[in-house]
Design a binder for this molecule. Structure first.
Ligand SMILES: *[C@@H]1O[C@H](CO)[C@@H](O)[C@H](O)[C@H]1NC(C)=O
Length: 151
């Protein structure tokens, strides 16, 4: 009996131990983001010094999630330069990457993605330095995108 309870608890904690995707605004200005899978989530306004957190998850349709960040309030819909912090939860692992489309919104500012036990993606000047921008870590880690102010 005691053994059965212990294994149920161990199983419950192994399936619930999933990290978060976190976006940190270390710039002096507000920016905006949308979490996009098979559909587009509500706009989130991230004030200077603020952050956004979601539990790592899979989208039923697309699998992966793209967190799309722009400096303008309707940027997703107006073709503004967009930073894309994407992740794909794959069982015990989470793959993450950084890209930009329609231009690089943080050009001249540093952006990074870090995770415990995983590689760091670092764009020191806010533009893609080239090479692979895809990293992996265990799915119980937090994966953190940070944008910094202009140097
Ligand atoms: C996110 O913001 C909350 C509330 O201000 C703060 O307590 C927390 O430390 C922040 N997290 C990160 C990763 O910056």
């Amino acid at each position: 009996m005691r053994f059965a309870v212990a294994s149920v608890l161990a199983f419950a904690s192994s399936v619930t131990a999933v990290g978060n995707a976190i976006v940190v605004n270390s710039t002096p200005s507000t920016f905006y983001l949308w979490s996009v899978g098979g559909s587009v989530g509500p706009r989130q306004t991230i004030a200077a010094g603020g952050n956004y957190t979601e539990v790592l998850h899979r989208d039923a349709k697309t699998g992966g999630i793209a967190i799309k960040i722009t400096k303008t309030a309707d940027g997703l819909y107006t073709g503004a330069p967009t930073q894309q912090f994407s992740y794909s939860l794959d069982g015990a692992q989470v793959w993450y990457d950084l890209s930009a489309t329609m231009g690089e919104p943080f050009n001249g500012q540093r952006v990074t993605v870090t995770a415990n036990g995983g590689g760091t993606i670092d764009w020191p000047k806010g533009s893609n330095p080239g090479g692979s921008q895809v990293k992996v870590t265990s799915s119980d880690s937090n994966v953190v995108f940070t944008a910094y102010g202009p140097a």
